[in-house]
Design a protein around this ligand. Structure first.
Ligand code: ZN
Length: 281
């Protein structure tokens, strides 16, 4: 069994064949954590989780949705819709037994609206993140943290809280110095298909940094995930990513760590269940 600790199986990209994708995951013994990014996608994650024993849900507001902007990614483009985090509405949604985490929440300085004031954006993102830290505590579940181009800002914020934070930095893509900061805070690091990508010839440093983090990170703090429908691992690059592909990311982590797959699978499963204590499979 493997747990895809971060996917978006509720997203529109699966509307035409979601049942088949879930069936493929079931055949490959893959449990899913469907992560919300706004209220709508959080509610959809909970609904799917309640209808399927092998799907769990994480609810929250992604920092990209605090402002309206056009987002162009390799795999998709969309208009982010502005939403204000409504604590009580999320708290109510969080009463489902299938809700195992709060997120994805965090800081995002890559996609910001053109001509926007970076300071204003960062302040609103921090305030919204802190509300979700509070929600996670109240629901007694870990945080699923998104960070893009704001690793040092997040470290500063978390260190200022002066308390142990329970959660995972999902799709980790910072360097080893920053990773040590998150590990010191008690956080896990989640690795996606990015670990399987070859280094860019024009800019190899991010890949070198990432592989160094995988190599150095303690075995008991590593999680694997897909972030599907985004970030298909190298073996499936160009295709829509599906949660069962998590195994490819684990394979790469096992290779870097010098583990056989049986051992790596056991460790990944144990770590996932240790963080997401409400997973009962
Ligand atoms: Zn995600």
């Amino acid at each position: 069994m493997i747990i895809d600790t971060h996917c978006h199986i509720q997203f529109r990209g699966y509307d035409n064949d979601r049942a088949e994708v879930i069936k493929r995951c079931r055949e490959k013994n893959t449990i899913m954590n469907a992560v919300g990014t706004q209220f709508d996608t959080s509610r959809a994650a909970v609904e799917l989780a309640e209808a399927n024993p092998d799907i769990y849900a994480t609810i929250g507001l992604h920092p990209i949705h605090l402002f309206s902007t056009h987002v162009d990614e390799e795999e998709s483009s969309f208009e982010s819709r502005e939403e204000k985090f409504d604590y009580d509405t999320y708290l109510k949604l969080g009463q489902s037994k299938k809700v195992i985490g709060v997120g994805e929440c965090g800081l995002e300085l890559f996609h910001i609206p053109p001509e926007a004031d970076r300071g204003v954006i960062l302040t609103r993102q921090k305030e919204t993140f802190l509300l979700q830290v509070k929600l996670a505590k109240e629901l007694n579940v870990p945080l699923v943290i998104h960070i893009r181009e704001a690793y040092d800002e997040m470290l500063e914020l978390l260190n200022g809280l002066n308390k142990q934070i329970n959660g995972v930095v999902h799709c980790y893509s910072g360097n080893w110095r920053q990773a040590q900061g998150f590990l010191d805070l008690g956080l896990y690091l989640g690795f996606t298909g990015v670990v399987t990508f070859p280094a860019k010839k024009t800019n190899p440093q991010p890949t070198i940094d990432l592989l160094e983090v995988v190599k150095n990170a303690p075995l008991d703090r590593i999680l694997v995930e897909t972030d599907s429908p985004y970030l298909a691992p190298q073996a499936f690059r160009g295709e829509r990513c599906e949660p069962w592909m998590t195994i490819e990311n684990l394979r790469k982590v096992a290779e870097i760590k010098g583990l056989d797959m049986a051992e790596a699978t056991k460790i990944a499963l144990a770590n996932s269940k240790k963080l997401f204590t409400k997973i009962t499979v």
